[in-house]
Write a protein that binds this ligand. Structure first.
Ligand code: XIL
Length: 448
């Protein structure tokens, strides 16, 4: 099913959509006190891994919906979940997460297209030429299904060996196609969804070390030869054996200096109390110190469902209570009154404009796109308002986070807040017409 069909089928559930809008409105009053909104005030997204199986748990979804601006399906987009037998795609669980996220104005990270793990056994049985075709078909099948709906994709995950010989890890792709499989995957990904940021993602690459230098050299080679790569993901799974590196910021910065974005993609830090809180602070500060660090994702909502639950590595405990690490992250993100927030530094000194176009139209709905352009000064973040005509409701939003007040939708950036002078970004949304074809009014754009 293509994106438009997915949107049409969602638009049919207009009642649910209205309920979601009300939920968003109820949350807007406390917006500045949450991880997602505090990060948005810094021009970053703050996300979490999500498991479809927990979305029916009220406390889980309440915490998710209140705090986070981006979600990464923890397992549901992996190869074994999406193409268990060749050419047969199953998207039910991943769709549940994407639909949930979009109805709450959250963005989605895609994880992951090509990885040696959670790979169905049929892939390993193919010969080189068949494997190349299967890899490209998997990328186009999965990315095509979510075309335009994913802000960043982990195109290739964990392709380098530990230790830092610079060699790639053994996998069906590496063993049969050689080093070039990574480049082929990125080229296929660009063709499948040109709007998505394409990331290479790995672990034990968070500090400056031999393994991260091997990845660095690959990214440098890609950018010099025009191989499409937009970002590098740093998983950031930390514990006492693998602590937050002292040169974390320096490492993020050297990748950013290659001209790619960097993202913290699977953050969790085993521990508790003030020591854990201090480690989380270091990570958030490192990201905020690097202009091209566009966002952070923690690898789960609550300790009780963490893949390393014994290490209690997340921000909410098993009862969804905020841990000291939560307070530390919120405060490091600036919280209320931080840079770009009302009363914070940078407020009111820069300008932006917002213009609207309708990009798609069908019987029951349409897609709108707003282009936000910075004025003569760089901006750290922006806010744009869209007033909907009577009866219309928003069923999906991407590249932004929304708060509703009656028919007025206030949109802030998710990952795309920081704009150089004169440059633009866009956010988009799907509207259910409910019998009204009138155009929405785009109001003031406020920069900070
Ligand atoms: C983990 C999930 O959290 C687990 O539920 C699953 O059993 C195994 O995979 N690096 C990655 C993630 O890129 O996909 C992994 O997620 C954690 C390590």
């Amino acid at each position: 099913m293509n994106m438009m069909l997915r949107r049409l089928s969602r638009a049919a559930t207009a009642g649910l959509v209205a309920a979601a809008a009300l939920t968003a409105a109820a949350h807007s009053a406390e917006a500045a006190d949450t991880l997602g909104s505090a990060a948005a005030g810094q021009g970053r997204y703050f996300g979490t891994a999500v498991a479809a199986g927990h979305l029916g748990e009220a406390d889980y979804t309440a915490t998710l919906d209140r705090e986070f601006g981006s979600v990464t399906p923890e397992n549901e987009m992996k190869w074994d979940a999406t193409e268990p037998s060749r050419g047969t795609f199953t998207f039910t669980s991943a769709d549940r997460i994407v639909d949930h996220a979009q109805s709450r104005g959250m963005d989605v990270r895609g994880h992951t297209l090509v990885w040696h793990s959670q790979l169905p056994s049929w892939v390993g049985t193919l010969g080189a030429s068949d494997l190349r075709t299967a890899m490209k078909d998997h990328i186009s099948g999965l990315m095509g299904h979510y075309k335009g709906e994913i802000h960043s994709w982990d195109v290739v995950n964990e392709a380098f060996q530990d230790g830092g010989s610079g060699a790639r890890r053994s996998s069906p792709f590496q063993d049969k196609l050689g080093d070039g499989f990574i480049e082929e995957a990125f080229r296929a990904a660009r063709a499948a969804d040109p709007a998505a940021k394409l990331c290479y993602n790995d672990y034990n690459t968070d500090g400056v070390n031999a393994k991260s230098t091997a990845v660095y050299n690959m990214v440098k080679d890609f950018t010099s030869r025009g191989v499409p790569i937009d970002c590098v993901g740093f998983q950031s799974h930390f514990n006492s054996n693998s602590p937050v590196p002292s040169d974390y910021r320096q490492n993020l910065q050297r990748f950013a200096d290659l001209g790619v974005d960097v993202q913290i993609t699977e953050l969790d830090i085993e521990g508790s109390g003030s020591a854990q809180a201090a480690d989380y602070t270091k990570v958030v500060q490192a990201c905020l110190a690097v202009e091209r660090c566009t966002g952070m994702t923690v690898w789960g909502v609550t300790d009780k469902y963490s893949w390393r639950s014994g290490g209690t590595p997340l921000l909410f405990d098993g009862n969804y209570a905020e841990k000291p690490a939560y307070d530390a992250v919120l405060s490091a993100l600036g919280g209320p009154g931080g840079p770009g927030e009302p009363g914070g530094p940078g407020e009111g000194t820069a300008t932006c404009t917002a213009t609207y176009t309708r990009t798609a139209d069908w019987d029951g709905g349409y897609n709108g796109e707003v282009t936000v352009t910075a004025g003569s000064e760089p901006i750290g973040s922006w806010t744009a308002t869209v007033t909907l005509p009577a009866r219309q409701s928003v069923s999906a939003l991407w590249n932004g986070t929304a708060a509703f007040n009656g028919n007025v939708m206030t949109v802030r950036p998710s990952w795309n807040g920081a704009l150089a002078a004169g440059t633009s970004t866009t956010f988009g949304f799907t509207v259910t017409k409910n019998g009204s074809d009138a155009a929405p009014a785009v109001g003031a754009c406020t920069a900070s």
